[in-house]
Design a protein around this ligand. Structure first.
Ligand SMILES: [Cu+2]
Length: 185
């Protein structure tokens, strides 16, 4: 259930399992040891600020109702999106064709149901670190594993989007903590 009234914006999507971890070793007792930091091979170009209007993500419409409450479906897709007037289109993963995804308008103490539909290509957008949970994640199988993690609500744990509750396109493969296709928040 949602704590507040009004808008709950869908958090950005990072493919939680596939996210590459940056190494950082801080050693407080030995100041001569320099902490390891990830090497940045590419940096963003200088861009002129405040030249584009801030896009409004729009409001998602429910598909119907489930147990008397609003029921939504949102497609997780790879899309090309213009992020700045001086940049070429960027490949992003978003919801219903956009990043960030649309807003769900909900009412305090009124749960909503949603089915996240994985429509991502097999090729992951980011480099995948296959050393994370290697005994639990079948890295050699086809498909982009994804899970939507929720912030800002008081949500049951099965719906919260735990890292091992991932699923591939059309729920072909699911992670060990995956329990339901329709979650509630
Ligand atoms: Cu979190």
């Amino acid at each position: 259930m949602l704590r507040g009234v009004g808008a709950l914006s869908i958090p950005s999507l990072l493919g939680a399992v596939g996210k590459t971890a940056a190494a950082s070793n801080s050693v407080p007792d030995e100041p001569n040891i320099v902490p390891q930091v990830a090497q940045v091979s590419q940096s963003s170009p200088e861009l002129e600020k405040w030249v584009d209007e801030v896009p409004r993500p729009g409001v998602m419409e429910p598909q119907g109702t489930k147990e008397g409450q609003p029921y939504y479906e949102a497609e997780i897709q790879e899309v090309e999106q213009d992020l700045h007037r001086d940049l070429p289109s960027t490949t992003v993963w978003g919801y219903d064709g956009q990043y960030p995804g649309p807003t769900i308008e909900a009412t305090r103490d009124e749960p909503i149901y949603i089915r996240w539909q994985n429509k991502l290509p097999d090729e992951h957008l980011l480099p995948v670190d296959t050393t994370i949970h290697e005994e639990k994640v079948p890295y050699d199988t086809t498909g982009s594993r994804v899970v939507t993690h929720l912030h800002g609500g008081n949500v049951e744990h099965e719906s919260d989007g735990k890292p091992l509750a991932w699923f591939t396109r059309d729920f072909e493969e699911t992670g060990p903590k995956f329990t339901k296709r329709i979650i509630t928040m």
